[in-house]
Design a protein. Structure first.
Length: 271
DNA sequence: CACGGATCCTGATGGC
DNA sequence: TGCCATCAGGATCCGT
């Protein structure tokens, strides 16, 4: 469920309760994608300070050290009712003075990793190759154009790779390319400055709008308060194979790129 | 070194 | 109802 907007919505929904919470106990379920890198008990007694976001990672700042959390494909974070048992797909619990912060992740592609700081080699390995923050000031049209100019892979796969710009997953890549009128299969290096400008704008637009709408609901994304997002109803092409394009009424096409589904309108999106 | 493909894991869905 | 194949919002690793 989580692309940048869902992660950001999650961050916003836990930020208040995180601040100042004292860790009382740490419980783990089944193994996640990467090991925690520290004995869970050693986190007891630390205080959570704030939660930031880098790409699709949440960075839980403690008075000492940092927890990097990733929601993978199916993860969600929420505050659980006190004294509630861990369920089948609950794999990480942080019991605090402000409640139980709980990671639920059926597919277990997510992770919780402890690092001392962002210069820690493990943090460097996970965060070091990440590209520009699409909602940050470093993501400007010229740098975007220059980064794409060097890449011969299809623009859709470049967006997903996250080393040029982070946070754009499969849904928003499809949607942004639709808004920009760009065929997902076009080689990134072949896009004109004018077209990369349009794409830059589309990415900002689609991500900001999704955050404002509370994220996507594909199966059922909900934030830590249990409120659903509504973006999915707004999708122009994602998940709409064979249905009429909302702009020109041409049937939406679906193809595979790098084992991921890509949806596009063959008329609105030019090669 | 840039790319495509396989891979991790579980659940939902659709065809027969 | 069961069984099987396919698909799912991510990202790394490995071989070419």
């Amino acid at each position: 469920m989580p692309e940048l907007p869902e992660v950001e919505v999650t961050r916003l929904s836990i930020a208040d309760r995180i601040a100042g919470a004292l860790i009382l106990e740490v419980r783990q379920g089944k193994p996640l994608r990467w090991p925690l890198q520290v004995e869970p008990e050693s986190l007891v007694g630390r205080r959570l300070v704030a939660v930031r976001r880098r790409g699709k990672y949440l960075l839980l700042e403690m008075d000492q050290g940092l927890l990097l959390m990733h929601l993978g494909m199916s993860g969600s974070l929420s505050f659980a009712a006190s004294a509630s048992e861990m369920g089948k797909h609950d794999h990480f619990d942080l019991q605090t003075t402000q409640g139980i912060l709980r990671l639920n992740d059926p597919r277990r592609f997510g992770a919780v990793v402890y690092v001392r700081n962002e210069q820690d080699p493990v943090a460097e390995k996970l965060l070091g190759r990440l590209g520009m923050e699409p909602l940050g000031s470093e993501f400007d049209p010229l740098r975007f154009f220059q980064a794409l100019r060097a890449r011969k892979t299809s623009i859709k796969q470049i967006l997903l790779a996250g080393d040029v710009v982070v946070g754009v997953g499969n849904i928003y890549a499809c949607e942004a390319l639709f808004l920009a009128g760009i065929r997902p299969t076009v080689a990134a290096s072949r896009l004109s400055r004018r077209r990369t400008d349009r794409l830059h704008h589309a990415i900002c637009e689609v991500l900001l709008r999704a955050v404002a709408m509370g994220g996507s609901t594909l199966r059922n994304f909900s934030n830590a308060q249990g409120q659903d997002g509504h973006f999915q109803q707004e999708a122009m092409v994602y998940g709409r194979k064979g249905q009429d394009c909302k702009v020109c009424e041409t049937p939406v096409c679906a193809i595979r790129q790098g084992q991921r589904s890509t949806f596009f309108c063959p008329k609105c999106q030019k090669p």
